[in-house]
Design a protein around this ligand. Structure first.
Ligand code: DI6
Ligand code: FE
Length: 398
């Protein structure tokens, strides 16, 4: 008799293992001590006497992973949305001291409790869709105390909810407008002080930066990455979102886990990413919300063999997207991803974008993180615009 803790039966499984979606119809999945202990066709399930959940033909997928969010922030930017509707551009608003800086002011002014209260429903909305792992970035503090405050809030969100939170320090998100010495001096502060202290406090799992004309140059980004390496932290990059600064190749050169956005990335940059194993994180919510006409070069990504992940980029300025399922639809509709690409983008490839080898696939030995959906076929997850087909989630076997 196999000593499982719990078994799910009468489910169709999209394991994401091997070719296609790794579908097992009429499958079974068994869990022991927080890990998947067995997965396969029900007919092959070993004799066992664990408690059973009958799924009535529901589909089970690996728990969804939102691998790029800025979901901790003060205030919101609905007023700027109105300005943009009246004709202002995102870059104009940013250069006039709005944009990221209005969120910085609101985030600095907010207490840890206030940030936590504002972020909680955003996180819960993702969880209700079947998300079991969420990456959360800092980047609206832009000073030591406020960046650490954001990361502490992210850690508390993970501790207080049945979801795994992974943090990225994004102190190099924007140069504070009033900063003496400008971008160079602020880069010194990030690389010399904020990053080492965040690392020492155990608050950052990775380091991110925004390499862009309105943010940090490639040389400044490299200094931040050098500090990350010294602190033993992996890196990722907001790369080539608004212009081609060679961010994709820079990320690849530094062995980044991911390079994200990539609207303007060159085919050569994408090839460098494929060689380095750097995942391309696609953020169609930002493309859509900014009405960006330039789309990431999916054909070049396919040709290069870059793994593609898909994420909300949930943030108050460029992608107030609170639904990862909606991003599946946008990824397919705007970028012409296949259903398989989109679903891998929020499971196994999203796990790779976070450097997590223990999830994203339904496989014995991995974390028992999965979600159940009341759908007839996996394509439904990409097809509906809105709606909540998620019937339940299991995180770490619970
Ligand atoms: N790129 C983005 O799309 C977000 N940050 C970044 O580096 C936008 C952040 C914001 O507008 O608040
Ligand atoms: Fe972002």
């Amino acid at each position: 008799m196999s000593g499982f803790d719990h078994v799910w039966l009468e489910a169709n499984l999209a394991t994401m293992e091997g070719e296609g979606l790794g579908v097992i119809e009429d499958g079974a999945l068994a869990v022991k001590e927080g890990r998947i202990a067995w997965v396969g066709p029900r007919a092959a399930l070993p004799a066992q006497d664990a408690p059973v959940t009958r799924c009535g033909g529901a589909w089970i997928l690996p728990g969804l992973i939102d691998c790029h969010t800025h979901l901790v922030f003060g205030g919101n930017r609905a007023a700027e949305f109105e300005q943009r509707l009246a004709g202002a551009t995102y870059e104009q608003i940013a250069r006039a001291g709005g944009g990221i800086f209005s969120s910085v002011r609101a985030t600095r002014a907010a207490s840890e409790e206030e940030l936590l209260a504002a972020a909680t429903p955003r996180l819960q909305g993702l969880m209700a869709e079947g998300v079991t792992t969420v990456e959360i970035k800092s980047g609206y503090g832009l000073d030591l105390d406020s960046e650490l405050k954001m990361l502490r809030v992210a850690r508390r969100l993970g501790a207080e909810h049945p979801v795994e939170v992974v943090t990225s320090l994004l102190a190099a998100h924007a140069v504070p407008p009033d900063f003496p010495g400008g971008a160079e001096a602020y880069t010194d502060l990030v690389a010399g002080e904020i990053l080492p202290l965040a690392a020492r406090a155990g608050l950052a799992d990775a380091v991110d930066a925004f390499c862009e004309r309105i943010a940090f140059s490639p040389a400044q980004t490299e200094r931040v990455f050098a500090a990350a390496r010294a602190a033993g932290l992996p890196v990722k990059l907001h790369a080539d979102q608004l212009s081609d600064l060679g961010g994709a190749a820079l990320a690849a050169r530094h062995g980044a886990l991911s390079a994200d956005h990539l609207e303007y990335a060159s085919p050569a940059g994408l090839r460098a990413m494929a060689e380095a194993g750097t995942v391309a994180v696609l953020l169609p919510g930002a493309t859509y919300f900014l009405r960006e006409a330039k789309h990431p070069d999916i054909a070049a990504m396919r040709a290069a063999g870059v793994r593609m992940a898909l994420s909300t980029d949930m943030n108050p300025g460029s992608s107030p997207a609170r639904s990862l399922l909606l991003m599946l639809n946008l990824g397919c509709t705007l970028f012409r991803l296949t259903v398989e690409e989109a679903l891998r983008g929020v499971t196994c490839h999203a796990a790779a974008a976070l450097g997590l080898a223990d999830r994203g696939v339904l496989r014995a030995g991995l974390r028992a993180d999965f979600a159940l959906y009341g759908i007839g076929r996996p394509a439904e997850l990409c097809y509906w615009l809105g709606g909540h087909p998620c019937l339940g989630r299991v995180v770490g076997g619970r």
